[in-house]
Design a binder for this molecule. Structure first.
Ligand code: PLP
Length: 384
């Protein structure tokens, strides 16, 4: 075995790509004297709305805020059941609990690790009000099937598209099919504003969310003649994105296609080098899919691989200074959700025990991609 030389630098699991354009835009905002939600946030919203072809967009402080507003705007609350995957980040289930609704966890598909339409349909009861899908790793879920399911049962469809900023399936853009959809611009996402998110979708719902996201105040601050010239029509929250964050966002958004293309290139290099290693499954991309590649997720079968997922992560870290990540601890296994799964979730549990996310981001050099490939080959006992 030939671990990396001692002087090899730590390769992080993720690093944002920020350039002079973002810095210049932030300085411009600082000089403008307008720091809160204003012209830059509006520009960011227009760019996202126009490219996605949706009716409206609202730039907010995080994807979690967008999910919370989505549920409030859609009138989801106490006594409502909402079907959602457990193989996800806790944001959507937490938002559901915050509004008094009950997350009902349904299993994912073994090919894509997205919520399975048949499992979701089997979980529908008279208490079901909505479905929150999540596009795992950037591979869109079956958008056509979920739109059809929501329409047949009269349910609200919300897309948690945190991983799928630029992804398509069957010609449909992830985020454009739900009644509402949310994006994340958290520090590790495909584009970032440090913290930030976007709520997009049907105009009436986004309008309601916009009101709820600025305290329930009926007119935004930059449209008021006098500072007290407003009314509070609903008890709202404060979730708007600042123009400082939006300044970064507008510049990052213009780089999204290039970032995604580089991620796809790295993913292709990994797949061609790693497919065929015993017990290591590379990500599947279904026909008709353009993947967003937020994650490059491999799955380690402990019966067939020379080491377990945890051993692989530990050895990549200690012997090769390569950081990895795991997505996710299933939500139903988190302390506050103990006992909340009312049906078996075998695919979710197996995936979570085997999954490992390799570094895959535009700031990686070809040499760093090779370094990861060589390290994995060596762990499998293959000489390069
Ligand atoms: C699927 C998913 N949804 C929502 C979020 C929450 O995003 P944010 O940190 O912008 O609230 C994350 C964060 O990683 C996520 O992975």
């Amino acid at each position: 075995m030939t671990p990396q030389t001692p002087e090899a630098e730590q390769l992080p699991w993720n690093r944002p790509s920020l350039g002079e354009e973002e810095i210049t835009e932030v300085i411009d905002t600082l000089r403008s004297g307008w720091l809160t939600h204003g012209p830059k946030a509006t520009r960011f919203e227009s760019a996202v709305r126009d490219e996605l072809g949706v009716q409206d967009a609202f730039a907010v402080s995080s994807c979690t805020a967008a999910l919370h507003l989505a549920l409030l705007a859609a009138g989801i609350g106490a006594g409502d059941d909402v079907i959602t995957p457990s193989l996800t980040f806790c944001a959507a289930p937490n938002a559901l609990r915050q509004v008094g609704a009950r997350p009902v966890f349904a299993d994912v598909e073994p090919a894509t690790y997205n919520l399975c339409p048949e499992q979701a349909e089997a979980a529908i009861t008279s208490a079901t009000k909505a479905i929150v899908v999540m596009h795992y790793a950037g591979h869109p879920c079956d958008l056509v099937a979920f739109r059809d399911l929501a329409d047949r049962y009269g349910l609200v469809l919300i897309e948690d598209a945190a991983h799928a900023l630029l992804a398509r399936r069957d010609g449909l853009r992830a985020g454009s099919v739900g009644d509402l959809a949310t994006f994340s611009f958290y520090a590790n996402k495909v584009i970032t504003t440090g913290e930030g998110g976007m709520l997009i979708g049907r105009r009436s719902l986004v309008d309601r969310a916009r009101l709820l996201g600025r305290h329930g105040i009926d007119a935004p601050v930059w449209q008021r003649r006098r500072s007290a010239d407003y009314e509070v029509t609903v008890p709202g929250l404060k979730y708007v994105m600042s123009d400082l964050a939006a300044a970064v966002g507008v510049r990052q958004w213009s780089k999204l296609a290039a970032f995604t293309a580089r991620r796809a290139q790295i993913a292709a290099a990994y797949t061609s080098a790693l497919a065929g290693l015993p017990g290591l499954a590379t990500p599947q991309v279904l026909p008709g899919v353009e993947h967003g590649w937020f994650l490059y997720a491999v799955f380690i079968d402990p019966e067939q691989a020379p080491l377990t997922r945890d051993q692989m992560a530990d050895r990549l870290h200690t012997e090769y200074k390569i950081a990895t990540s795991q997505h996710f601890r299933p939500v139903h296994t988190l302390q506050v959700y103990a006992g909340s799964a009312d049906r078996p979730l075998p695919v979710t549990e197996t995936a979570a025990a085997r999954q490992l996310s390799l570094p895959c981001y535009p700031a990686m050099t070809d040499q760093q991609v090779e370094r990861v490939i060589t390290a994995v080959h060596e762990l499998w006992g293959k000489r390069s």
